[in-house]
Unconditional design. Structure first.
Length: 186
């Protein structure tokens, strides 16, 4: 059975992903708890969002670390990392939306990511693949970073809307991303 606190966090993530101006009454209603129960765990919306941020970051980082560690093949690492973002679904959407990371430079400067070793590994993968001439050097890392996130967002949205199955979304996303960054097939 899911505990009330977990229900509240999940509900807040869903609502935040749909509309950032939700209120705590909406969270309580979606979580199926009273407003009083919600306030037993959280003093306000800011505290709730902080816990949601910590929760989603932990989930997303764990998935990315697992994907990165899944193979020694650098191109397969990149593919697995894209799948990890898609598989974490609404958690990934929350993280991206929470930080409003529309630019590479904003992501680089965010202190919440300063100990985020996996992000720097992702950037290193891109640089190494460009160095090996596997990824087109015509594209900047900033462009690739934004493309990666946008394709993952589209895949998550398509799955969440019931338009396509998750496995299809993963394959379509990799096909789109790998072709979009000019991966040269061996």
């Amino acid at each position: 059975m899911i505990k009330s606190k977990e229900k509240i966090i999940s509900a807040a993530i869903v609502l935040f992903n749909k509309n950032t101006s939700f209120n705590l009454e909406d969270v309580a209603q979606l979580a199926g708890v009273s407003r009083r129960t919600l306030h037993r765990y959280f003093t306000g919306k800011d505290q709730l969002l902080d816990v949601c941020k910590e929760t989603t970051m932990a989930i997303c980082n764990a998935a990315m670390v697992k994907a990165y560690s899944s193979t020694d093949d650098i191109l397969k690492k990149l593919e697995a990392m894209l799948y990890a973002v898609i598989d974490t679904g609404s958690n990934s959407v929350f993280v991206k939306k929470f930080y409003e990371r529309s630019s590479y430079s904003e992501s680089e400067g965010n202190n919440d990511f300063k100990n985020d070793d996996i992000k720097s590994k992702w950037f290193n993968i891109i640089m190494e693949l460009q160095g090996q001439n596997i990824i087109s050097r015509q594209l900047s890392i900033a462009w690739i970073f934004n493309l990666f996130g946008s394709i993952a967002d589209v895949a998550i949205l398509a799955v969440d809307n019931g338009d396509i199955a998750k496995n299809d979304a993963r394959h379509f996303a990799w096909f789109s991303f790998s072709n979009g960054i000019g991966i040269k097939k061996a």
